[in-house]
Structure formats: C-alpha cells, structure tokens
Design a protein around this ligand. Structure first.
Ligand code: GL2
Length: 829
C-alpha cells in the first residue's frame, strides 16, 4: 500500500512498490534512466562520476522497495528494535557491498559492459564516507551489517558530518591534514527526510510551574537547531532485509534574516545558519582521547536527542504506552559519546510525557545498555558541570538527582564510607567539578560490557571496580567481531572463491564453517593454491599502491603490516626500533644479510592533528623509510612503505596481502583491536602481546601459529609499581642501544640531532608505554618469525589454520552475544 490516508484510485498507486526487474536488461534500463533523467546526461556524454552516481541510484532503486516494506512493518511489529547510538560510523565504500548484498554484482557488471562501461573504473571513483576515526567507528559499521544480515530490526543513529576524518598527506615526511569533502561529488546513498526533522534545544534556564495541582519543571531553552534525518539503507546479505542508518544533519531553524540581508549585512544575515550548521560540520579527529570542546557536547546532545525523539514520535505507533518502552527498544550506547541520552530520556518521560520520576527511571534503566571501549583513564569522558549546566541546564538537574538517589543506594549497601561515595559519585570534584559520563552510563545501563575478555575483566577489576562489586550481574563481555562480507568476501575475492570451492558458500553467514579448512592445511595442493592467492593479493596491492604514486611491496618480501591509528600505546615506535635495529645490524655487519628475511614493512596510520608526539612518530617512520629505501646495502632486503591517508578502502587492499600482523600494544591498553581479527581471518600470522582480543586469537589459532612476546598485564603493573626506568633497558640490550643511538645521531634527519630528540628522550626517560621494556622480547619474537617464514610450507599451513580458526571473530557472533546477553531481542524474519 502506498498510503492509508490518501484515497488513490489509479491502479499503479494501489499496487505495492516493486523493485526493477532483476535481470541484465532490467538493470541496464534502470541505469540508463538514472543517467538520463537523474544525472541529466546522455550515455555518450557521461563521465565516470555520472556513471557512478547513476549506478548507485540504480542499486538504491533495487533496495528501496524492501526498505519501504521493512519501515512499514516496523510500526506494527511487536519486536524490539535495536537503536545503536554511535557518534561514529566508519562505513567504507558502499557500492560493492550493496551490489553483493542484493545479489546484483554480476547483473550490474554485465549491464554496464553492454553500455560500454567497465564497472571497475566506476567503482574506483567512490569516495568512502569516513564518518569515524578508527576501530570504534568501524565496529559500528560491522555491527549494523550483521544485524541486517540477521534480520534484527535495527536503526543505527548518528551524525551526518559534512567533513569526515581528515585526508592525510605527507610533506617532507610530516603529516598534513586536509578537509575530507566527501559530499562534494554527490551522495547517492543517503536521502533526506526534512519533514521528519526534529527541533533540538540548547541553553536557557529551567523553571517550575503548577500543572493542575502538580508541580513540574520545564526547560526554557535559549536557542534551537533543526536536526534533519538522512537515511541510508543497510541491506542484509542475501536475505532481502534492509535496515536503516539514520544520520542527522544540523540546519538553522531560521536560516537567514531577510531584514538584515536587505539592509546590506550579508555576513550577519547568515550568522545563525553558520552557527547552527557547525554542529554537524566536522568529525572530531580524536581517537581514544576525549576532546573537551563545547561543540562536541553539542554534537552529542544533538544527535541523541534527535534519535530518541525520532524513535518515540516516528517509529513507535501513535499513543504507544511508554511503560512498555523497554519491550520495544534498547538504546545501545557506543562508548560514552551518546550517554547524555540518559538524562534526555528522563527529561522526555518526566517533563514532557509527565511520568512519575520513579516510573521514568525504571523505564530508562531498562532501555539503555553501555559498551565501554577503552582502558586509558584519560579517555574516560568527563564534562565540566559548568559547561553542561550552561548548555543543558535541565539535564544537569536530572543528573544531580540520579546521582543523589544512586549515592543513597550506595550508603544503604556499604554504609557511610565517604571515600567510597566520593569514588563512585557521578560528579567528580577534582581537578574541577565534572560529570563522569562512564559512571552515569554504568548507573543507568541495564548492562555494561567490555569488548574483549581481558578488557571486560580489567573493567571489573580496575576501572569500574566498585560498580562491579555493587552490581556483579550488570557486567558482561562481548568480544568484538568483524563482518566477513566486507573483510573476506569482498576484500579477498580469490581466497573467498577458494574457500567456497572447498566448503560451499555458507561460510559468509556462518563463519565457524571455516573450521572445515583445518583438514586442508595438510593438503599440499591446497597449500599451494592458498599461497598463490596470497601472492596474487600482494601483486594486486602493488598495483593499487602504484596507481596512487606509491611504491609496491618488494618482490618475494614478507609483507609485515602495522595498520591502525597512530598512538603511543599502540607502540608504532617499537616497530620502528625493530626496523632500525635490523637496518643497523646489516649495515654494521652484526647481522649476516643472508640470515635476514627480506621484508616490506607497511604502515597505515593517521595521528590526531593535536597529538604532537604521534605526529613526531609519523615523521620518524617516514624518515627511516627514506634512508632505508635509499641505502644500497639493504636494497632488496628491507623496504618501508607508508602510503598516506590509510582508510577502509586501502585496508581492503592491504589486509588480504599481509603475511604478518603487528599487534604490539602494551598489555592492558588496547581494549580489543579489530584489525587483528581481519588480518588473522585473511591468513596473516600475528606477532603480538597478550592484550585485548589478541589473547583470544592466540587461544583459538594456537601458540604454534602466533608469535607471542612481551610482558603480561600483571607484569606491566608490577614493573610500574616497582618503578620503571627505561634507561636500564637501554643499557642492558646492545641491539636497543645501537638502534636508539642511531636515531639520536641524526642518521635519519640529515645529521640534525634535534629533530627526533624529544622522541628519544621521551623513550629514555619516560616511555609511558614501556616500549624499551618489551624490546628484547620483541626482537627475539621477530627472529622466530624470520625462522618460521623460511619454511614456507609450514608458514602457509599456519596461515591456513589462522583462517580456519578465526570464525569466532565474525560480527554475526558478536551480535548473537549482544542479543542473548544484553538486548534480549530476537530476529524478525
Ligand atoms: C577502541 C579501542 O581502542 C579498540 O581497542 C577497540 O577494538 C575499538 C572497538 O571496540 O574501540 N576505542 C576507541 O575509542 N577507539 C577504538 O578503536 N577509537
């Protein structure tokens, strides 16, 4: 039915919405129609961007009927909807994924070929929406893919940033940030629904009033913006389900002041518009550190308030009984960014819907669950009471009341232990009065989860210890996962074909089936084919890099990759020390060049623009790379590649080609990691610490197929407690001394010793992430890697076993865990 309120008589208007015919002719017809009538060009006059847009609109046309259908049933169905609240979605390119999900890849390829167009050329022009920083944002994208594939009614809510994560370039080896104007060439995958805009308020004051004998509070805001929803379709894989990603764009309520404009002050006349639209202008390029900016709090409240209002007003049926809200929705808080949603739902229920506080609180507690994604204390978000009170005065009052009642509960349970009260209070007092968002989320959430077993354990034991004592059942773990559709099926078509040939196609939605490859690890013929796929993926990566103007990996080299955000805790510096040590060893004659395995070291990483030390590390990597690549003494042996602007698209070429996966964070610092999963799933062996999900990867793939090194988390704690002196480690290991001395000597900075001095002295006298303490163990493990790689047959066997035993790391499994342990929701077929 097109609509129930209109009374159409035309037979077409009465018919259900149907997709174009799923045939080459049907596709070609729709494509040409979109090219001619949508893009306004003839085929012969069209350029590749026109073709891309027309192709994208065509794919969208196929998905739309199902999307409309699923929206209609969402109103009437009784099932619970998962509302995933996330400030970040690092989606990657859409075209290929959507073609695959809708089973249109072959049809589209053929239809375009008949129009004289090579679909690969069209693919290449898509600019990925980089609406996230790193793992956390990519995780959200994997989760919504899995939920659609599992037919779970889901709405992903977030922000439609006009500029996503910056484009990285290098100038003389240093990072330069450029704006990511991803919308410039058109955005065919999302469509605005301005009629469903929400008005979002800020600032002002609160007042009480008499509401027929009941005293109530209301918020009298000072200014508003409009939140306009943009929908993106999230198709399930081969199941016809199409879920929604709804991203909000900020628009001024009163865009432009005609009076001021007429009086000649053009700039002033659009001031309000500029001010409002700044809210969704740009993604904060911080990773694992909060950026305490007012605009960021505005962003957070903006998207969460719009999402909650949207769900209650537009998704639920009219006159829905809000006491039943927990039966119909779970708001999953992706880290602390959306936690302001807790007082917002309370405000809606108490002030607007006029529920009693206690009833509203009971509902709210059941409707939220919180995922924590960090262990770094400095990454736990806090907002000053001052700022929060100014921007959201009513929310601050509500937070105070939540805290008062919570602390009463603490007193009832544990007595008047003032230290405990201070430690658990949602309001911190030092160094300034602030709201601790992780505590608010923990108090309000029905469940709190970490993202890997070790991480969840450390949350219970350290970061949220008192809360775990109070509510042991609230705490749970869900180990992260990655979508096998994007990161195996699409990124690695040759390996996918090999797996499908061996096991059938079911693995794409049931990744544990990869276990079937274990037996084939002992089959010499299969090993040979597997190795050929890896070699082919390396050549493909080489072509991708060369097309960008970068160098290709060396012929016959082991491809050793470290791809992740640049952060001291991840220890790219430790990797550099390994490279410098190997280089120094060969050049000085300490190492026999024939004993060293030829390697290409490949980095991909962006540093937050304000993170000075991370930017210095980027400079060092590039400087070392330049010297090593130019030195004839290591030609054909060592190569360092650092293609700029690492993103999802580039990851899709690198991961299938990798031999060695560097997961070398200091134990107890990386909450989970997800690149580690993608690389293992594509047959890279991991060299890693006992950190995050590495622990689980090692357990599953087996010690023989994983290179473990470094201190364990308790050993790290013990060394800190006894007083860590990095210089002692420098003195003790000659290899380390030579490597650091070489950097300090100016060998990588044209003799200028000052360039990397801050980095060197940081390592020698501070080294917060204990790179020096783990260096010896790391080098020993790298020697084991070299020895293992020399036996190619055994290496390939290990690589196959890595693939075979990584099925657990599917985000489909992660979603099942969330459904069972946290959401208590079920798929709707
Ligand atoms: C992170 C963690 O650092 C990372 O270990 C984890 O895998 C992801 C997803 O859970 O979350 N937290 C965070 O703020 N970012 C992450 O990648 N950016």
């Amino acid at each position: 039915e097109n609509t129930s309120e209109l009374r159409p008589t035309h037979p077409l208007a009465l018919a259900p919405v149907v997709a174009p015919a799923a045939s080459v002719d049907g596709f070609a017809k729709q494509f040409l129609q979109n090219l001619n009538f949508g893009q306004g060009v003839t085929l012969s006059a069209s350029d590749v961007n026109d073709q891309y847009l027309a192709l994208a609109y065509t794919v969208r046309d196929y998905l739309m009927a199902r999307w409309l259908d699923d929206r209609a049933t969402q109103k009437t169905q009784q099932a619970k909807t998962v509302c995933y609240l996330s400030a970040e979605y690092l989606l990657g390119r859409q075209l290929d994924n959507n073609l695959l999900a809708a089973r249109l890849t072959d049809i589209a390829t053929e239809a375009l070929a008949q129009c004289g167009i090579d679909i690969d050329a069209v693919r290449a022009v898509e600019i990925e929406p980089g609406l996230g920083n790193g793992g956390l944002g990519r995780l959200a994208a994997c989760f919504i893919d899995s939920l659609a594939t599992m037919s779970v009614p889901t709405i992903g809510y977030g922000i439609r940033y006009e500029y996503g994560i910056f484009r990285q370039a290098f100038a003389d080896g240093e990072q330069v940030e450029q704006p990511d104007a991803w919308l410039r060439m058109g955005s065919p995958w999302d469509f605005a629904h301005p009629e469903a805009a929400q008005t979002i308020s800020f600032a002002g004051h609160t007042e009480t009033y008499d509401d027929g004998g009941v005293e109530r509070t209301r918020w009298v805001p000072e200014w508003n913006v409009l939140a306009v929803p943009y929908n993106m379709m999230v198709p399930g894989y081969h199941n016809g389900r199409v879920n929604t990603l709804r991203l909000w764009r900020a628009v001024a309520t009163n865009a432009f002041d005609l009076h001021t404009f007429n009086s000649g002050d053009y700039v002033e006349s659009v001031r309000a518009q500029t001010f409002a639209e700044n809210i969704s202008k740009v993604l904060y390029p911080e990773d694992s550190t909060p950026q305490g900016k007012e605009l960021r709090l505005q962003q957070q409240y903006f998207f969460v308030a719009a999402s909650i209002a949207d769900f209650i007003d537009n998704v639920l049926p009219d006159d829905f009984d809000l006491d039943k809200l927990p039966e119909r929705v779970i708001f999953q808080l992706n880290d602390t960014h959306p936690v302001i949603g807790v007082p917002e739902l309370m405000r809606v229920l108490v002030d607007e819907k006029k529920l009693e506080w206690d009833a509203a609180w009971a509902i709210t507690q059941k409707c939220f669950a919180y995922t924590c994604h960090t262990l770094l204390p400095e990454a736990l978000e806090v907002w000053s009471v001052d700022l929060l009170g100014r921007l959201l005065p009513r929310h601050l009052e509500i937070i105070y009341r939540i805290n008062d009642e919570f602390l009463l509960e603490v007193r009832e349970r544990f007595g008047d232990d003032e230290l405990l009260i201070r430690n658990m209070s949602i309001i911190g007092e030092h160094p300034y009065r602030s709201v601790r968002m992780a505590y608010l989320a923990t108090v309000a959430g029905s469940k709190v989860n970490g993202v890997a077993e070790l991480h969840s354990q450390l949350l219970r034991d350290n970061v949220l210890k008192d809360f775990a004592t109070m509510w042991p059942d609230k705490f749970t773990n869900v180990t992260n996962g990655v979508t096998p559709r994007r990161f195996l099926r699409l990124a690695n078509p040759e390996l996918s074909a090999l797996i499908t040939e061996a096991l059938g196609a079911g693995w794409t939605v049931d990744l544990e089936r990869l276990r079937g490859l274990e037996a084939l690890a002992d089959d010499a013929d299969f090993r040979e084919r597997f190795a050929a796929v890896k070699a082919s993926n390396k050549r493909r990566l080489g072509r991708v890099l060369e097309a960008r103007g970068d160098a290709a990996p060396g012929d016959g080299h082991m491809l050793d990759v470290m791809i992740k955000r640049l952060h001291e805790y991840k220890r790219q510096t430790l990797k550099v020390l390994h490279i410098v040590s190997t280089y120094e060893g060969i050049v000085s004659g300490r190492l026999d060049v024939d004993d060293v395995q030829a390697r290409t070291f490949l980095f991909g990483a962006k540093a937050a623009p304000g993170y000075g030390m991370a930017k210095r590390i980027i400079h060092l990597i590039n400087a070392v790379g330049e010297v090593v690549s130019a030195d004839p003494r290591v030609q054909g042996k060592l190569q360092v590649l650092y293609p700029a602007n690492y993103n999802v698209t580039l990851a899709e070429s690198i991961i299938p080609a990798a031999d060695l996966s560097e997961q070398i964070s200091l134990a107890g610092k990386e909450a989970s990691g997800t690149g580690n999963m993608k690389l293992a799933l594509n047959g890279a062996l991991t060299i890693g610490t006992d950190d995050g999900a590495n622990v689980e990867i090692r357990k599953l793939v087996g010690d023989d197929n994983f290179f473990l090194f470094g201190m364990s988390e308790p050993e790290v704690e013990a060394l800190w407690a006894e007083g860590y002196r990095p210089a002692d480690f420098y003195q003790r290991d000659e290899r380390l001394r030579s490597a650091i001395d070489l950097i300090a000597s100016g060998a990588f900075s044209a003799g200028d010793r000052t360039v990397f001095e801050p980095l060197v002295s940081n390592l020698l006298y501070e080294d917060r992430f204990m790179a020096l303490a783990d260096f010896s163990s790391y080098l020993d493990a790298q020697n084991r890697v070299d020895a293992a790689y020399a036996d190619q047959d055994a290496w390939v066997r290990s690589a196959i076993l890595n693939v075979a035993r990584s099925g657990y790391f599917s985000s489909d499994r992660a979603m099942r865990d969330y459904l069972d342990r946290i959401w208590h929701a079920t798929p709707v077929i």
